[in-house]
Structures are given as C-alpha cells and as structure tokens.
Design a protein around this ligand. Structure first.
Ligand code: HEC
Length: 75
C-alpha cells in the first residue's frame, strides 16, 4: 500500500514537470516554423467540408462591416 502511494505521488510530480516543460517549450508541440496556410489548402483533401464551410456564414465572421446592409442577423 505504501509503495502504491509512493508511485502515485511520483507520477503526479512527474506529470506536473512534463506539463510545465511542454507549457513553456511549445516549439516541441507546434514547431518553430509553423505558418498559416489558409483555408484553400484544406480543400485539397477536404472538398466537401470546405464547400460546406465556404457556403456558410463562418468565413465571413471576421470580416469588417463597411455598411449596415451587411448585417444580416436581427439584433
Ligand atoms: C494532404 C491532405 C490533407 C490536407 C491538406 C488537410 N487535411 Fe485534414 N485530414 C486529412 C486526413 C487524411 C485526415 C484523417 C481523416 C480520417 O481520420 O478519417 C484529416 C483529418 C482532419 C480533421 C479531423 C476530422 C475528424 O473527423 O476527426 C480535421 C478537423 C481536419 N483534418 C482539418 C483540416 C484543416 C483545417 C486543414 C487545413 C488547414 C486540413 N485538414 C488539411 C488530410 C488532409
């Protein structure tokens, strides 16, 4: 029983160290040369998903409104 507690504590401390290490060293997760490739690249393999997304309101979410006629929702 005492041995199981010791192992659990050890794993707990180890997981904290791993979390902290990965949190501060994010280049290990995403790499140093990560770049935005754009949605058109996704369509190369995900044609149906891209078309569905493209025909929805989602691609327009972050566009700036230039006049009130562009607001389609009833706020
Ligand atoms: C070179 C081909 C290719 C490109 C380009 C590509 N994907 Fe994928 N993607 C795949 C494959 C293969 C899978 C795995 C499909 C499976 O497991 O059924 C996948 C899976 C996914 C999944 C998980 C789907 C699921 O059901 O779990 C997402 C989300 C996803 N891709 C998003 C994207 C996005 C966003 C882009 C563009 C930035 C992109 N993909 C570009 C080939 C590609």
């Amino acid at each position: 029983m005492k041995f199981a507690k010791y192992i659990s504590l050890l794993l707990f401390i180890l997981s904290i160290f791993i979390f902290i290490f990965l949190h501060f060293n994010t280049s290990l997760i995403k790499g140093n040369d990560a770049v935005y490739i754009g949605s058109e690249r996704c369509a190369e393999c995900h044609q149906r998903e891209h078309q569905s997304w493209h025909d929805s309101q989602h691609p327009k979410i972050f566009k700036r409104f230039t006049n009130d006629a562009q607001i389609v929702a009833d706020y």
